[in-house]
Design a protein around this ligand. Sequence first.
Ligand code: ZN
Ligand code: FE
Length: 255
Amino acid sequence: MTLELIQIPCLTDNYTVLGHETETGETFCIDAPDARPILSTLAEKNWKLTHLFITHHHKDHVQGLDQLKKQFNCKVYGPTKESDKIIGLDELLIEGDTFNFAGHNVSIIETPGHTLGHICYHLPDDRLLFSGDTLFVGGCGRLFEGTPADMWSSLSKLMALPGETTFYCGHEYTLSNVEFAMKLEPNNIDLQTRLHEVREKRAANQPTVPSTIENELKTNPFLRSSSQELRANLKLETASDEAVFTQVRHLKDQG
Ligand code: ZN
Ligand code: FE
């Protein structure tokens, strides 16, 4: 089995990913920010969309749903907890649900915080995660609906996945995230290296997504509540991990 992945920039800073299993010809798409670039990539590759995997109800993740469904009659998957907000879902998913895509196991991780029903799609055997607007490269989603405690518990689930897991997220926010991280941990060598790499990539107009869980654990300040340097800079040496996360999220929202 070979899963071919193509990441497509959409709108201003959104990404979607097409996943095509060459043996069966089936193709999934992660979210539907804008049907046009998705349709043109499908046409170029001569792929037929069979599955659409929705992470959450925000407009910049669902506004192409209707057009894609009409064109391909694809099956649309999405969170049970947001089924009242998303029109056109065929398969409703909750924490722990598993299903098969073209011979690949997919398992659902509920990650409330950015929205209350947000889900991530995990392909454990492929070491792949589609994290939507929960985990970003160098950052995490804003808390529009959930509490910091919700998001910390959601991120903790993703932090526990194998380090080599590659993840794709919904937006290109990395440069601003890494510049923010440098204020909190200026002596983190992995972070310094990352800032350099990210600046080079963005200057060349290249994506910084995907990343791996291992990279994030080393450099993403939202996952680094255990860092002594970060704690010292926040004057939270003895606070809980959740309290450190809450303060990092608060500071990012201000700047
Ligand atoms: Zn969103
Ligand atoms: Fe978004």
